[in-house]
Design a protein around this ligand. Structure first.
Ligand code: B12
Length: 376
């Protein structure tokens, strides 16, 4: 068996006072900032919302994301010591990526798609993963013990841990919202055997009576406040769902071709612009290119495998593969209301991929009927 890549090991753990460990916790938080991480807090290793999670899965809301329901993984979510025996605390780290309100004022034209801002630059799994690794190696070298770090892919209830740590509160859009930085923040964790004292509880403002996210969601994906039915979420439909997109949802997807930001864009906690030192500092947007942000739909549906690899190299979008993106482009062209999309879709109904062909047939019919309604 190979050595896990996400583990850091140090020497014996010192039998020291609470004061000593509070000092270590402060040093770790400072170091995290110097490694380019955002806000960091510490939680006790409890999975206090496991029951909510189990119900969500039992209700089938995870759709085709079978990994979320695997029995061995369920066990890990319930008890973090299955992942790391002797775990005593969890460092929850944020990585800010929200581009700010102004970025959303620039809208795509009818022949351009719309990519979620989290994928505009370098894949966050790489950036956050590297920084967590550096921090985990440093802290276990300094203080001993063992740590394991995770970004997104682990069987961990990341938002719950973040909420428990005081990094923010859970919004009605199910996002972890930090009152200062909003919800445009990725989460990463270091599970550690070090007894770092949990951050003191903070009073959080919450969503109050606001329901903007629920109202704005085009596919009505919020089954209830704080509950998202992933099967209807545009993020799931464009990224996770491998096969046919349900026909009734296609017209509601607009020109989204990878992910969706609507429930965050409308959130009052995200209506700010970075200024001063923070302006444009998100590491994720280091190499943002306009054609990734609002890709030309004709180019997208016609792209070859090598064009795809070059175009989306290093971004999170690369992992869904060429045909899923072209499928999404077909739906977007169908929703474009633009006659220029007609010849493009006429070509695409003869595509080599059945997925692209079937979505293009739907898209062409839908577009033509929309154009007829507009002209009659
Ligand atoms: C599966 C998944 C998805 C699915 C399902 C999302 C969902 N809401 O469940 C899909 C594909 C739809 C998705 C979409 C997105 N995702 Co996603 N996703 C995940 C993943 C892998 C698991 C989430 C999960 O377990 N869902 C099941 C539900 C039941 O659990 P939950 O949402 O975590 O909710 C828990 C808490 O909120 C708590 N809880 C629930 N209600 C309440 C109410 C109150 C009052 C309280 C206190 C607590 C509470 O209990 C729940 C169970 O533990 C996590 C990474 C991870 N390992 O956690 C990333 C993660 C949640 N995703 C993330 C992101 C960035 C996104 C997108 C923004 C990407 C995009 N732009 O397209 C969208 C946002 C859509 C949305 N509104 O959630 C980030 C969220 C960061 C943040 N600040 O919240 C995560 C944490 C990845 C990361 N490491 O950064 N995602």
């Amino acid at each position: 068996m190979g050595r896990p890549k996400n583990i850091a090991r140090g020497g014996a753990i010192k039998d020291a006072s609470l004061e000593y460990w509070s000092g270590i916790a402060e040093a770790v938080k400072k170091k995290a900032v110097s490694f380019g991480l955002g806000p960091v807090e510490i939680a006790e290793p409890r999975s206090s919302t496991y029951e909510k999670y189990a119900k969500w899965v039992a209700d089938g809301m995870h759709g085709e994301m079978g990994y979320l329901a695997r029995d061995d993984r369920m066990e890990r979510r319930k008890d973090l010591s299955v992942i790391l025996p002797g775990v005593q605390s969890v460092l929850v780290c944020g990585l800010l990526y929200w581009p700010g309100r102004s970025a959303f004022l620039e809208k795509a034209t009818s022949m351009q798609g719309d990519v979620s801002c989290y994928a505009w630059g370098t894949d966050y799994h790489t950036i956050l993963g590297d920084r967590l690794r550096d921090l985990a190696l440093w802290m276990h070298e300094e203080a001993g013990g063992t740590g394991k770090w995770y970004v997104d892919t682990g069987a961990i209830l990341e938002r719950s841990l973040a909420e428990q740590s005081g990094l923010g509160f859970i919004g009605k859009n199910t996002m972890l919202i930090n009152p200062r930085y909003g919800s445009g923040m990725f989460l990463g964790e270091i599970l550690t055997t070090l007894p770092l004292p949990a951050s003191p509880p903070k009073k959080m403002p919450g969503c109050g009576k606001c329901t903007k996210c629920q109202v704005a969601c085009p596919t009505d994906a919020f089954d209830d406040e704080y509950v998202l039915d992933a099967r209807k979420c545009i993020s799931y439909l464009t990224i996770e769902l491998k096969g046919e997109i349900p026909v009734d949802l296609r017209p509601k997807m607009g020109r989204k071709v990878y992910g969706c930001d609507i429930c965050q864009e409308v959130c009052p906690w995200n209506k700010f612009d970075w200024d001063g030192d923070m302006k444009g500092t998100s590491p994720l947007f280091g190499k943002v290119a306009k054609d990734v942000r609002t890709p030309d739909l004709e180019r997208l549906i016609r792209m070859t495998e090598s064009e795809f690899k070059e175009w989306f190299a290093g971004t999170a979008a690369i992992r869904i593969g060429r045909d899923r993106l072209r499928r999404n482009a077909a739906v977007a062209l169908g929703n474009s209301r633009d006659p220029q999309a007609i010849p493009v879709l006429k070509d695409a109904i003869n595509d080599n991929s059945e997925l692209v062909r079937s979505h293009s047939r739907w898209a062409l019919d839908h577009l033509l009927s929309q154009l007829r309604t507009t002209t009659s």
